[in-house]
Design a binder for this molecule. Structure first.
Ligand SMILES: [Fe+2]
Ligand SMILES: [Fe+2]
Length: 232
């Protein structure tokens, strides 16, 4: 089955092209890396995990409620719309909401994969390139993990949210090398870390808790990189 069979509403099958701007930078200085960045690079290498073997994919997930959040965290809960919904409608809503949420995580991870690869090319220093290469691998593993989770546990993809797509495109389109750092590493990674933390803590589902805990280990390094790099 193709991904397109899983989307709740049709998405374009063509590739979305965001034009690249600015230079790919080469440096002939292979020494003099900054200790803090090199440490982060080393950690990135040491702490790789494999979603295929590390995650307990056999854990049950209710497809009607993949996030497994208590009802009071549903944004509609307590509203007149919610009160008027019958049980079947509420179940359908929660099912779509869970799929929407994890789909945005998935598309955001693909954005992070592209932006970190872009940072490898555009960053001027070797230590930043090294570190961003580990992050690129991290983000590939995250895309793998969220797409498998959605396919196997929810059976439904949602298209990318247009504001998220805009933020990703703006981070990529700028020719300055530090804008992807700011857009991706600080804004998007920071938001993702907060959202993952919230769902890891509140979800009643053991698989969701487990996979978010692993992803968060990596995301904490990504946010740390954005802060370090921008300080300089
Ligand atoms: Fe990620
Ligand atoms: Fe990340």
């Amino acid at each position: 089955m193709s991904s397109f069979d899983f989307y709740v509403s049709p998405v374009p099958e063509e590739i979305w092209g965001v034009p690249m701007a600015g230079n790919t930078r080469f440096s002939w200085d292979y020494d003099n890396g900054r200790d803090q960045l090199l440490n982060l690079y080393q950690k990135g290498k040491d702490k790789q995990w494999d979603a295929r073997s590390r995650i307990d994919w056999g854990l049950e997930v209710d497809p009607d409620d993949v996030a497994g959040l208590p009802e009071e965290f549903n944004p509609l809960s307590g509203s007149r719309i919610w009160d008027r919904m019958n049980r079947k409608e509420r179940t359908a809503f929660t099912r779509h909401q869970g799929s929407w949420l994890f789909s945005q995580f998935l598309h955001g991870e693909q954005g992070a994969l592209n932006v970190s690869a872009r940072i490898v090319a555009s960053a001027p220093d070797m230590d930043s390139k090294f570190y961003a290469a580990t992050q690129t691998m991290d983000e590939a593993r995250h895309v793998e993990l969220f797409s498998r989770f959605l396919r196997e546990k929810s059976g439904m993809y949602y298209p990318v949210n247009q504001d998220l797509a805009k933020l990703l495109a703006e981070s990529l389109e700028d020719s300055r090398w530090d804008l992807p750092y700011l857009g991706m590493q600080v804004l998007i990674e920071g938001l993702a870390l907060a959202a993952f933390g919230l769902f890891r803590d509140l979800s009643t589902n053991p698989l969701v808790k487990q996979l978010l805990a692993y992803v968060m280990q990596d995301e904490a390094r990504h946010v740390a990189f954005g802060r370090l790099a921008l300080k300089d």
